[in-house]
Design a protein around this ligand. Structure first.
Ligand SMILES: [Zn+2]
Length: 137
């Protein structure tokens, strides 16, 4: 698994569990491995894990393959009694954003295409973006 951090440095710090190549797609199963996370509302650090789930994030293409990162993240309980949020999902700096379905790097590529095309990426170059299903093209 040494080659993955070299080719996809934004995955550094994650525990890489599997790389599955199927057809034109590559799925990278990974998990966070930090002990604590910071609440996005009150910035309090928490080590109290409420649960886990898998986020599916479209990533930058690798060798012509579409890449999907199946990232196991944890939902933490905010320990600040004055915070309005009871639980929050950990974010990985440089990789995830709240509610995003792309990695930060992939979103940056998509934004660059959108800016280059004057905000109409769907009309030309961006129509083949990996998150779009073939049926909608
Ligand atoms: Zn909080």
């Amino acid at each position: 698994m040494e080659i993955i951090p070299a080719l996809l440095p934004h995955l550094t710090g994650l525990r890489l569990e599997a790389v599955v190549v199927r057809g034109v797609g590559v799925r990278i199963d990974a998990a966070t491995q930090t002990v604590q996370a910071q609440c996005g509302t009150c910035s309090t650090w928490s080590t109290t894990v409420h649960g886990r789930y898998v986020r599916r994030l479209a990533d930058v293409r690798l060798g012509g393959h579409e890449v999907l990162v199946a990232l196991t993240v944890r939902r933490f309980t905010c320990v600040n009694s004055e915070c309005g949020r009871r639980t929050f999902v950990e974010q990985v700096p440089g990789l995830t954003r709240r509610h995003a379905r792309h990695t930060v790097v992939a979103a940056g590529d998509l934004e660059a295409v959108a800016v280059a095309l004057g905000g109409r990426p769907d009309s030309r170059l961006g129509s083949g973006w990996p998150c779009r299903s073939p049926a909608r093209r």
